[in-house]
Design a protein around this ligand. Structure first.
Ligand code: GLY
Length: 389
């Protein structure tokens, strides 16, 4: 799984340290603005507007705060992170915009993190409630967690590849509560997802519609990719990190095989600087925007999987991750606060095409998850990080 076509450099330990310090300084500068507010999903002209705690992405900014806290032990990060725990507790207890599957994206970095780091009871309770909310969307016939919309609605009877990242919340909830019901649903959803979402060539469907009568796959479709049969970069990135996490929890050889297949497809489609275009049907020479957030997500997936495979295979994954992070740091990261209050430029949330169904938003901007996973990748390279996922 090497990038034979590219002679890319790996990031050094010192460069990692410097980049992480710069990222932490950016979090510190942002702290006064976003302690009692959340960051919008993406920046607008490279600066994040404030938002209410009502988007699927609001957990990533608190995740950055907890990574900054781990990196510095600075009390101001801990205090701000705990103020945001109150906000996330309030959100789940009052069921504010939680009728979707993104409970893991929301509650793992914002609440599981402080539950693990500080043994914080309020964070733990909030994250368990979020896990309960997530399993309420499970369909026993098709054995999947419905992503969006009214439960059982025919136009939304589907799951999406991104959901693999929501499942660690369920494993954690089982371990905390002693009740296996959460992990059992994670197991079933994973099996369904890895059976149907990965195409023959290792690329992935963004969304998979299920047949409510038979419980089998109906058809694949995109929402944010270019077209139903294209290769949405972030979907592929979620598949890389998601299968690494599935393997971490289940240790099934077929999940390792899934990881290798989706990773191979991803690396084969990369342009020379290792940062994908927003859909991987676009290759070198196109004017289409990149999605830098996919590169950060994949780097985290590689570094996660490196913990579970032979030293030889792990070495390849770490080398690849170091090359990707080098490209991100050198060419995409924010070097001065006057340019942006985010961490990484050139992410794409949703770009409209003639064939997809998304609302166009956040094209060639910073993305809150891109910033978080960039910091996670740097943290993983800088220390023996205890994962939130
Ligand atoms: N999970 C939604 C996205 O990646 O845009």
């Amino acid at each position: 799984m090497s990038l034979d076509n590219f002679a890319s450099q790996e990031i050094s330990n010192n460069e990692v340290k410097v980049a992480l310090e710069r990222a932490v300084a950016q979090v510190e500068r942002n702290l006064p603005h976003y302690t009692y507010a959340c960051q919008n999903h993406t920046s607008v002209n490279r600066f994040y507007p404030k938002c209410e705690n009502n988007q699927w992405t609001c957990g990533f900014w608190p995740g950055e705060i907890w990574l900054a806290y781990e990196s510095t032990d600075n009390r101001s990060f801990r205090d701000a992170g705990l103020i945001l725990v109150d906000s996330f507790y309030n959100r789940i207890i009052n069921k504010i915009e939680v009728d979707h599957h993104d409970m893991g994206f929301l509650y793992t970095p914002s609440c599981v993190a402080p539950a693990k780091l500080l043994d914080n009871a309020k964070a733990r309770d909030a994250a368990i409630m979020a896990a309960d909310q997530l399993i309420s969307r499970f369909h026993p016939i098709g054995k999947f967690i419905q992503a969006w919309g009214e439960l059982g609605a025919p136009d939304n009877y589907r799951y999406i590849i991104d959901c693999l990242l929501n499942l660690p919340l369920l494993y954690w909830a089982s371990q905390q509560s002693g009740d296996d019901k959460y992990a059992n649903i994670a197991r079933k959803h994973t099996a369904t997802c890895l059976k149907y979402s990965i195409r023959e060539d290792g690329s992935t469907f963004h969304t998979v519609f299920m047949n409510p009568k038979t419980g089998e796959m109906s058809h694949g479709a995109t929402c944010q990719g270019y077209s139903d049969d294209s290769f949405w970069a972030r979907g592929q990135a979620w598949a890389v990190y998601g299968t690494a996490l599935s393997y971490k929890y289940e240790r099934k050889p077929e999940y390792l095989d899934s990881f290798r297949r989706v990773l191979r497809f991803y690396t084969e489609k990369l342009p020379a600087d290792l940062i994908p275009y927003w859909d991987m049907i676009f290759t070198s020479g196109t004017e289409e925007p990149r999605d830098s957030s996919s590169a950060s997500i994949v780097a985290c997936g590689l570094l996660e999987m490196a913990r579970h495979v032979s030293p030889e295979e792990a070495g390849e994954y770490i080398s690849l991750a170091r090359q990707m992070v080098k490209s991100l740091v050198d060419n995409y990261s924010v070097k001065a606060p006057s340019i942006s209050n985010g961490q990484v430029l050139h992410a794409t949330y949703s770009k409209k095409s003639p064939y997809n169904t998304c609302t166009p938003e956040g094209v060639d901007e910073c993305a809150s998850w891109g910033d978080y996973f960039y910091m996670e990748a740097l943290t993983r390279l800088n220390s023996d990080w205890k994962s939130y996922w």
